[in-house]
Ligand binder design. Structure first.
Ligand code: 5RP
Length: 251
């Protein structure tokens, strides 16, 4: 990946302490600079992408962007976009998307991603897989050496039917990496249900997975697996906002 570093402009005085949400907003606003009138846009689902969608809505309202069509990656983003007056369509009508902007949970040095801790990975993978450009926006806390390396989950969307069977298969598949598979629950302690009516099994790994493409293919061969949260070779650009500035990495 090639890299370009940009200082925050105007320069922040050392006295200004940026919150993680400020960094997310800085990355999101930078990504929206790639948006042009007339584009079909994939709209991501995350606390970072939310800032990008807000900004697109603002530019539309101000007349600085026109003729945008949004393709949302979740019901939540669909509601946000509708409330901002962003015209929406879907992949059936627009199978080729110009640009998508979305967050990620982990980014490795090859710009491979883990996504789905927000639970929207299936629609995100469908939409972002149909894009000419996928700009991923993160704060620097998301950078990892190896996917699954943050100690946090690698999410897998599974069908509810006999989910324990599928979770066991996943855990066995990655037993050499010390994998523990856990069903994700919602705040009330009931299984978290995705926009597609499925469950999420979170995989916690103690060691790296080795070849990620093999890991990906192996997961997808398990019959109860719908999709997983490793996004390999999909991001064309990653915008990272940190305390010292913005870094733009391109494939
Ligand atoms: C949702 C995702 C999100 O992009 C990911 O969880 C990052 O979210 P945030 O920007 O809120 O940290 O993949 O399925």
């Amino acid at each position: 990946a090639s890299m370009e570093a940009i200082s925050l402009s105007p320069p922040m005085s050392p006295a200004v302490i940026l919150t993680q949400d400020d960094l997310k907003k800085i990355a999101a606003y930078k990504a929206v600079e790639f948006v042009e009138s007339g584009m079909v846009l994939g709209l991501g689902t995350s606390s970072t992408a939310k800032h990008a969608v807000d900004r697109i809505g603002e530019l539309l309202r101000q007349g600085k962007l026109t003729n945008i069509v949004g393709i949302s990656t979740s019901k939540k983003t669909q509601e946000q976009a509708l409330s901002l007056g962003i015209p929406l369509s879907d992949l059936d009508a627009h199978p080729a998307i110009d640009l998508a902007i979305d967050g990620a949970d982990e980014v490795d040095p090859h710009l491979n991603l883990v996504k789905g801790r927000g639970g929207s990975l299936l629609r995100e993978k469908m939409v972002e897989g149909a894009c000419k450009k996928f700009v991923c926006i993160v704060d620097e806390s998301k950078l990892v050496k190896h996917l699954g390396g943050s100690g946090l989950a690698l999410p897998v969307e599974v069908v509810p039917f006999c989910w324990k069977f599928t979770a066991n298969k996943l855990q066995n598949l990655f037993r050499r990496s010390g994998c523990a598979a856990k069903l994700r629950n919602d705040r009330e302690g009931k299984p978290f249900v995705t926009d597609n009516g499925n469950y999420i099994v979170d995989l916690y790994l103690k060691k790296e997975l080795g070849d990620l493409h093999i890991a990906s293919d192996s997961m997808l061969r398990i019959a109860g697996v719908v999709e997983h949260g490793m996004f390999l070779d999909m991001a064309t650009t990653v915008i990272v906002a940190g305390e010292l500035g913005i870094t733009i990495e391109k494939k």
